[in-house]
Design a protein around this ligand. Structure first.
Ligand code: ATP
Length: 366
């Protein structure tokens, strides 16, 4: 078993900075967990504590049931993959991948067999005799992964392994990492600041901010049921739109208008009264062009008119930027509206409707 358990783990640096505070996290054997959050939120420090590269100030870390707080990195049986590949330039791909096995004093035949096997999985077989300088960024990162997997460690720890790759390669490598993790079934903790990577890669995502965990859950759950405004705004691209609201007698009131609230939101707001300030979160894809929907759908949302500031076309995706109460808002996938506005009505008013009652999340004010 190689589950990883963080029990009230904190890290205070000598200069007084508390980078991680009271983190509780249970990562199951074989699970793929992503640590994500803005720069400085403590994700690398958390990973480094698991690796043993940073001491733990307080709390307990267990790997496979064993307390490892004071265990040296090399005795933890985990492999790390960094953003900066960290390959030996003078060694061939084969020698780089064989290195940890040579250190472990395995015999030549076993080393060759393990390297060949890893190279096959990572499609590196034809590159085994090359030096890192003669490889592309994506190939180098695959070698770095190969060096991690040959050892068959208890866990992989990956710190932004794809950040040095260009956008297209990053998407391709996401598939490689994902497939590899599934194939090997090795517990993996992966750090990224990129929420798209977090959403597409992991079984569960841990969202951090200011050294503390904000929410842990499968990607879709975080998207559909964010715990707080930070998570709601962090997950999803373009970001969720926020609008102040109040609830009174089963009606949600906003500056755009009001709408009866549906059963689900009513349940979530159990006990809500007029004096409670709420923030209404509306995903960009939950706006519709009011001209194009039927009366029934209209009646379940707020119909409003907003001047369109700009339309951004990203090929298949179209984003319409408009202004609500002086705040910039974004709607996605408004095909017809985007086409019109793009042609000649950029400054004109356009009717939009929110699908409030059906889809949107309502969070309590901060
Ligand atoms: P990034 O995405 O920018 O790498 P991160 O989420 O990985 O950020 P950490 O590198 O874990 O963040 O840093 C968390 C906090 O701890 C930051 O405020 C950082 O400035 C601070 N920190 C990191 N290392 C040290 C150190 N050696 N001494 C003091 N403070 C540190």
């Amino acid at each position: 078993m190689a589950d990883i358990v963080l029990d009230k783990v904190s890290k205070k640096f000598p200069d007084g900075t508390t980078a991680v505070r009271d983190v509780d996290l249970e990562i199951a054997d074989g699970e793929f967990v992503i640590l994500v959050g803005p720069s400085g939120c403590g994700k690398s420090t958390t990973l480094n504590m698991i690796a043993g590269l940073e001491d733990i100030s307080s709390g307990e870390l267990r790997i496979g049931g064993e307390r490892v707080n004071d265990k040296a990195p090399r005795d933890r049986d985990i492999a790390m993959v960094f953003q900066s590949y960290a390959l030996y330039p003078n060694m061939t791909v084969r020698e780089n991948m064989a290195f940890p096995l040579r250190l472990a004093k395995l015999d030549r035949a076993t080393i060759d067999q393990k390297v060949d096997q890893a190279a096959k999985v990572l499609e590196l077989t034809s590159l085994l005799d090359r030096k890192p300088a003669n490889l592309s960024g994506g190939q180098r990162q695959r070698v770095a992964m190969g060096r991690a997997i040959v050892r068959q460690p208890k866990a992989f720890l990956m710190d932004e392994p794809l950040s040095n790759l260009d956008a297209k390669l990053r998407v391709q490598m996401r598939t490689v990492v994902s497939r590899l993790q599934k194939q090997l079934g090795t517990t993996t903790v992966y750090v990224t600041h990129d929420q798209t990577e977090a959403m597409t890669l992991g079984d569960r995502v841990v969202i951090m901010r200011g050294g503390a965990i904000q929410q842990v859950g499968p990607p879709q759950e975080l998207y559909d049921h964010p715990n707080n405004l930070f998570v709601a705004g962090f997950i999803g691209s373009p970001s969720m739109n926020f609008l102040p609201a109040t609830v009174e007698e089963g009606t949600l009131r906003t500056s755009l208008g009001e709408v009866p609230i549906g059963d689900r939101i009513r349940r979530e707001l159990e006990g809500a009264d007029a004096s409670r300030e709420l923030i209404l979160g509306i995903r960009p894809e939950h706006f519709e062009d009011a001209e194009l929907i039927d009366e029934e759908t209209r009646s379940r949302g707020i119909v409003f008119e907003a001047p369109v500031d700009i339309v951004e076309s990203m090929g298949s995706d179209k984003y319409v930027y408009f202004t609500i109460e002086g705040e910039r808002a974004t709607a996605a996938e408004l095909e017809e509206l985007a086409a019109d506005a793009g042609a000649n009505e950029l400054a004109g008013g356009s009717n939009l409707v929110t699908r409030l009652s059906a889809e949107s999340a309502v969070a309590e004010g901060q």
